[in-house]
Design a protein. Structure first.
Length: 161
């Protein structure tokens, strides 16, 4: 015959071996917190770079739209909203991302003559403070890396970090 006390003691011991102690759980949580504190800033930098790359691509696409406008009108003048020369483009999206969603950059025609133009992507929202991006009809790329409002400082004559 089976001794019920021995069986109850054996069952009690087996249940005890299946769980985790509070200390073990706290150690795991501390390790996870440390890993997250390292990973999240790196991930945020990657996300910022990706948004910036989207704006750079949008400027190149807007440049293509400006070239099509020039082909049809023999001038870059009048490509902005309402037929204006500067401001939000009337021939292309005005915000990045191009497929909608929360705007990270506003696109504008910063300067235009009959034969030249300068396009600008100004960071907004979560991207604010990243520095504006510019693209000209000659393919010149500028990035205001120090976010002081102009692209004339040393090292700001390209889109690389």
């Amino acid at each position: 015959m089976v001794d019920s006390r021995a069986f109850a003691q054996q069952r009690k011991n087996s249940v005890r071996l299946q769980g985790f102690t509070l200390i073990e759980l706290l150690v795991v949580l501390v390790i996870m917190a440390i890993l997250l504190s390292i990973a999240v800033p790196g991930y945020q930098t990657y996300v910022d770079r990706t948004r910036r790359a989207d704006a750079q691509a949008a400027l190149v696409l807007l440049s293509g739209a400006m070239e099509r406008f020039y082909t049809e009108n023999n001038s870059y003048l009048g490509a902005a909203n309402g037929g204006g020369n500067t401001g939000a483009p009337g021939i292309f999206n005005t915000t990045v991302p191009l497929d909608g969603g929360t705007a990270n950059y506003n696109l504008t025609i910063n300067a235009a003559t009959a034969t030249t133009f300068t396009l600008r992507a100004t960071p907004v929202g979560v991207q604010d403070g990243d520095g504006l991006l510019e693209y000209t009809n000659a393919g010149v790329r500028r990035w205001d890396k120090n976010d002081d409002g102009d692209t004339g400082d040393a090292g700001e004559d390209n889109w690389s970090r």
